[in-house]
Write a protein that binds this ligand. Structure first.
Ligand code: CP
Length: 312
């Protein structure tokens, strides 16, 4: 598979064009087929080394990048903040320059500060892949969400997608809204006023007055995790009240199309962001999102790195 996206790094959806997104999703489709085979491995990135550098907790993204790299025959190494020399006062730029001195092809980074992947991309030669930076972007999550939606509907164009919850702090919402609107979806957002960004329209979305308005006739309902770790003070009065006004339940789903998908990037706070019955319902594609994450990250890694000089 040859690289024909014009980028060395994947920093955010804002730098991708619609046809590049389509190409990543098409490539992920072929990798998903490989993942259904008994031997789920191809030699595409043999000789490459990918370093996962995670400064925030992660289950899905970290494991999925590791598996994607292994399925492509790359070597992988994972470093977490709690065991790195950042704890001894080393700067993030020095840390990544030292990692780069060991000649990896790419560094996959998750960090609590928005903009860190952009900063690193200016200081190092290897590819930088954003696995989530602060409240800013989570591009591979948006791509795997788009892949999941496209798998069900065959397209994104013309679909009504409602994103519900902590829009202000959700990098998933920011990357997703940008991607879905770029691909022609009609994206509405809904959440507590205290969790709404000052200018949501820059994401290409409309703001709904109520949850019912947002969900009315929707093809996709994406619920978001409340990002408590990014709230300096309490921005919702209580989880019980949040669940009452913004929790996705079967009553809320009755406003959407019968065929509507229920999505959540995980981890889910059951009973708050969505009821357990909704999370486990036939319309829920939450675990499909996780499955598709591996194929999408294989596509991203191969399109950025295949043919790079680090390969054997
Ligand atoms: N969706 C997501 O980013 O999950 P993790 O925090 O578990 O990686």
């Amino acid at each position: 598979m040859t690289s024909n996206i014009r980028h060395k790094h994947l920093l955010g959806i804002q730098h991708l064009l619609a046809d590049e997104i389509t190409h990543i999703l098409d490539t992920a489709e072929s990798f998903k087929e490989i993942l259904s085979r008994p031997i789920k491995k191809v030699p595409t990135l043999r000789g490459c080394t990918i370093v996962n550098l995670f400064f925030e907790p992660s289950t899905r993204t970290k494991l999925s990048f590791e598996l994607a790299a292994k399925r492509l025959s790359a070597d992988t190494v994972s470093v977490s903040a709690s065991t790195s020399s950042v704890l001894k006062g080393e700067t993030i730029i020095d840390t990544v320059k030292n990692i780069e001195a060991m000649r990896p092809s790419a560094v996959v980074i998750r960090h609590s500060s928005s903009g860190v992947p952009w900063l690193l991309a200016k200081h190092v030669e290897c590819s930088i892949i954003n696995a989530g930076d602060g409240i800013n972007e989570h591009p591979t999550q948006a791509l795997l969400d788009a892949f999941t939606i496209r798998e069900h509907f065959g397209r994104l164009n013309g679909l009504k997608i409602a994103i519900v919850g902590d829009i202000l702090h959700s990098r998933v919402a920011h990357s997703g809204a940008r991607l879905f609107s770029m691909m022609g979806a009609d994206v509405s957002v809904c959440g507590p006023v205290s969790l709404m960004p000052p200018k949501p329209e820059v994401l290409g979305v409309t703001v709904s007055k109520s949850l019912e308005d947002a969900v009315e006739g929707a093809d996709v309902i994406m619920s978001l995790r409340i990002q408590k770790e990014r709230q300096e003070k309490a921005l919702i009065s209580s989880e019980r009240e949040y669940a009452r006004f913004f929790g996705i339940t079967s009553n809320v789903m009755a406003y959407a199309k019968k065929s509507a998908l229920i999505m959540h990037p995980g981890p889910i706070n059951r009973g708050v962001e969505m009821s357990p019955e909704t999370a486990d319902s036939e319309q829920s594609v939450v675990l499909e999102q996780v499955t598709n994450g591996v194929a999408v990250r294989m596509a991203v890694l191969s399109l950025l790195l295949a043919g790079s000089e680090s390969q054997a």
